[in-house]
Design a protein around this ligand. Structure first.
Ligand code: GLN
Length: 243
């Protein structure tokens, strides 16, 4: 590990007790390790229902969850909605996966027809369907190249006019079964259906979140290269997995 630069970076993990399935905690491990490899001190703040929210954060992470997990955190999420929107507008890098991605849109409509109001960062609406979309996914993004992951969701998300998708599906479903879009993007906030977890097999996205956070806070970033041979091997294998 590099000599500490004594520049702390605070990662806020939203609702790990209830929204953290299909390996999503791996995203936190990757960001922490890639920051430490470059000599940064990392502080992880786990925020669960009823906790006090820190005023200052550098990166925000949120994982996926069952419909029941979304119901548990929903009311609390609306209480911190203004802070999340403020961070998104200010360019804080955020990664919201699946269940939290859905709740970063305008609403998630459950299979019973109840609408869970969302934060509204993404111009997106999600509707639960009887068909679960499950399997390996390859999607393509002009900034990060091919994005490799795994999806498992009943909700289908439709981006409204003017909204930006995160990627274009090459293999799998992504947001829904119709438009070939995957995820959503607003400034430095990324929403995606890709679990796996996402970041171990997509180091370019991890470094985007890290570099954006450090540059935003300290004005520059220690671009020390890290050895990504294992990640590249994982990508090669995962990319060729059957749907
Ligand atoms: N409960 C939501 C759905 O099934 C989100 C699932 C998830 O986070 N993997 O669409």
């Amino acid at each position: 590990m590099s000599t500490p630069i004594a520049q702390p970076v605070r990662i806020l993990q939203l609702y790990p007790n209830d929204m953290n399935i299909y390996g999503d905690n791996g995203n936190l491990q990757v960001l922490k390790k890639r920051l430490e490899w470059r000599g940064y001190d990392v502080e992880v703040v786990s925020y669960n229902v009823g906790d006090s929210l820190p005023m200052q954060v550098d990166i925000v992470l949120g994982g996926g969850g069952q419909d029941s997990g979304q119901a548990v955190i929903h009311a609390d999420l609306l209480k911190i909605k203004d802070s999340i929107i403020g961070w998104a507008e200010d360019g804080v890098p955020m990664l919201a996966v699946c269940g939290l991605y859905q709740l970063f849109g305008h609403f998630f409509q459950t299979s019973e027809g109840a609408r869970m109001e969302g934060v509204g960062i993404f111009e997106a609406e999600t509707y639960a369907t009887p068909e679960r979309l499950i399997g390996n996914v390859v999607a393509r993004n002009s900034q990060f190249g091919d994005i490799i992951g795994y999806e498992n969701h009943s909700g289908q998300t439709y981006l409204k006019k003017g909204a930006s998708a995160f990627a274009r599906v090459i293999k799998g479903a992504g947001n829904n079964v119709k438009d070939g879009q995957e995820g959503a993007r607003f400034k430095s906030t990324i929403g995606t259906y890709l679990h796996g977890s996402l970041l171990p097999k997509n180091p370019a996205i991890a470094d985007f979140l890290i570099e954006t956070a450090v540059t935003r806070k300290y004005g520059s970033f220690n671009e020390k290269l890290v050895d990504d041979q294992v990640a590249q091997q994982a990508r090669r294998i995962a990319r060729n997995r059957p749907r």
